[in-house]
Design a protein around this ligand. Structure first.
Ligand SMILES: *Cc1c(COP(=O)(O)O)cnc(C)c1O
Length: 375
């Protein structure tokens, strides 16, 4: 038996749309498929203005530029996240301030943010871990009181909701990923949702190498030129063609994932009741998107033992993030408080295989082996 942790789902329409894209002879960015993806995302999730990007990493870099983050500015984010969340702001010369996760969930603990806020703080970057919403009401109150940007790292959070509103629509700027480990994919890709009306125009320019080329193509100006700093953050229309097919399948993909997630949750509940591990806790008012199914073991040794046991049975069940404040790159720069929850999730969290094509019998075997381990 060999059950991988993830297997990208590819439907039937992806190739059809790619073929159509190739016959359009418009392979560069912002072609007809990109426009369709923009429209689809805006309508489906009520995002005011979205732009496809080459990755979530690049969407985060765009967000740092749009929020005018510069040297000396401080940006608060969880330590328990992917490196891109931090790099986007480090690249602008900002100081990254790592905050702790909640005790019961990897998301930022909103009650512990205030102690990190100084006169230099410019932004808070909540990461919706596993597509489970952060406490956006509390974070938005903090942002209002201290005049801060909220930049959502919604890389994992497509099709997830907070009090009925799509994640990515609650901050000033929001960044999503279509990397092939996510729920909706195009290999490498992402998008930014620009909810702050003051920077929508600038977003279009920064993404097009600092030029007003997009306005030129709309016929608003008679030549285009260099008007701001920027980079090349737009993906090829061929990738957008692939992506459109995925977006159009989102309800079906999500139904499969939710089913698998719920199966795990219900089947493993007896082991949680025995105190073997804790299962994901989903707060009220939150609709998650079944991006990750994880357990948190009482100790790092037990987590590792379960991971190696499953590996020996052919089941890939990996850990997840490594606390960034303790990383090789950052640990000597770190001067903040200890972040015990970030370390707990680093040491003790394990993820189970979860992808559309995981069969019921494979899932049954995984659950059985988890039970066998604890016998
Ligand atoms: C996947 C991920 C990213 C990076 O996304 P890419 O599209 O690969 O650049 C950033 N942040 C988080 C929380 C992620 O899960």
């Amino acid at each position: 038996m060999n059950i991988p942790f993830n297997k990208p789902y590819i439907g039937k329409k992806e190739l059809e749309y790619i073929q159509e894209s190739l016959s359009n002879t418009r392979l560069s960015g912002d072609g007809p498929f990109t426009k369709k993806c923009h429209q689809w995302l805006q309508e489906k999730y009520s995002f005011p203005k979205v732009y496809l990007t080459t990755s979530c990493t690049h969407a985060l870099e765009m967000a740092a530029l749009l929020a005018d983050i510069g040297p000396g500015d401080e940006v608060i984010m969880p330590s328990y996240t992917f490196v891109s969340t931090a790099n986007a702001f480090m690249l602008r010369g900002a100081k990254v301030i790592f905050a702790d996760s909640q005790n019961h969930h990897p998301n930022l603990d909103a009650n512990q943010i205030e102690r990190h806020i100084t006169s230099k703080t410019k932004a808070i970057v909540p990461v919706h871990y596993g597509g489970v919403a952060c406490d956006m009401d509390a974070l938005n109150v903090l942002a209002q009181n201290h005049n801060l940007w909220i930049i959502e790292d919604a890389a994992q959070a497509i099709h997830a909701y907070y009090k009925g509103k799509a994640l990515g629509s609650l901050g000033d700027l929001s960044c999503f990923s279509f990397h092939d480990t996510k729920n909706i994919i195009c290999g490498e890709g992402g998008f930014i949702s620009i909810n702050h009306p003051g920077v929508q125009k600038r977003g279009e320019i920064i993404r097009e190498k600092g030029t007003n080329r997009a306005a030129f193509y709309r016929g608003e100006i008679d030549k285009y030129g260099w008007v701001d700093i920027g980079s090349s953050y737009l993906p090829s229309d061929v990738l957008a063609a692939f992506l459109l097919a995925q977006l159009e399948s989102v309800e079906w993909i999500q139904a499969q994932r939710m089913q698998l997630w719920n199966n795990y949750f219900n089947a493993l509940m007896p082991l949680e009741e025995e105190g073997r591990f804790s299962l994901p806790q989903i707060p009220p008012h939150v609709d998650h998107n079944a991006h990750v199914f994880y357990m948190v073991l009482p100790t790092g040794e037990q987590r590792d033992a379960l991971m190696y046991y499953l590996k020996a049975k052919g089941i890939q069940a990996p850990f997840h993030y490594l606390a960034l404040h303790q990383s090789m790159y950052f640990k000597n720069r770190y001067i903040g408080p200890s972040l015990p929850n970030s370390i707990k999730f680093t040491d003790s969290l394990i993820r189970l295989p979860l992808f559309v094509d995981l069969s019921a019998s494979e899932q049954g075997l995984i659950i059985e082996e988890v039970f066998n381990f604890f016998k």
